[in-house]
Design a protein around this ligand. Structure first.
Ligand code: CTP
Ligand code: MG
Length: 173
């Protein structure tokens, strides 16, 4: 498989969860959000997930990823498979982000504080795992997954800098 084909496959499969991952920060600026953990704390006295993980952000992210996948799927002539894949991967991306925040809080990291690698790859690993657990999804080849592992940290830094400049985020990460 040549490189361009790998890049195309990467975009077809991973653009939707990337959109899902980026949407909550925008949504939280537009509507009033409610924390998934309902403000509750864990046994260690810290928040279960924290104020940064909202119901509206998670649901909105999944919907945004699903819509993106449906548009890509329609344009590519594989609406059904790519739309299902995008819905599943976006769900996985949001779960990965939420699970990461749970462990971040347990490690004592405040909401929004950077935890390198985990902050960048949470949604990617969540999306990949979800796709692999889904029987009807289009699964990425190993070379596609590795390309993403190498690309995502850079894309993350880049998109977060833009979000910071647009005043969507208070910190440039
Ligand atoms: N966000 C949201 N709901 C989600 C995920 C994110 O509302 N399920 C919004 C929050 O406003 C959050 C912002 O998007 O602050 C950025 O997301 P992220 O970087 O994932 O959250 P952090 O604030 O960094 O929190 P954490 O330390 O738990 O990762
Ligand atoms: Mg963050």
């Amino acid at each position: 498989m040549d490189f361009m084909q790998t890049v195309v496959e990467f975009l077809l499969i991973y653009l939707p969860p990337m959109v899902a991952n980026g949407s909550p920060v925008v949504i939280s600026k537009i509507i009033k959000t409610h924390p998934i953990d309902m403000g509750k704390s864990w046994k260690d006295g810290r928040r279960i997930l924290g104020e940064g993980k909202s119901i509206e952000g998670a649901i909105g992210g999944i919907l945004a990823g699903w819509i993106t996948a449906s548009i890509i799927g329609y344009a590519y002539g594989a609406l059904q498979t790519l739309s299902i894949t995008g819905l599943v991967s976006s769900f996985g991306a949001m779960c990965g982000d939420i699970i990461k925040s749970f462990f971040k809080r347990r490690l004592g990291f405040e909401r929004g504080k950077m935890l390198p690698i985990a902050d960048q790859l949470d949604f990617y690993l969540g999306a990949t795992l979800a796709i692999y657990l889904c029987r009807n999804c289009v699964r990425p080849g190993i070379e596609v997954f590795i390309l993403g592992l190498l690309l995502i940290p850079f894309l993350h830094i880049f998109t977060n800098k833009i979000a910071y400049k647009l005043k969507l985020k208070n910190v440039p990460w």
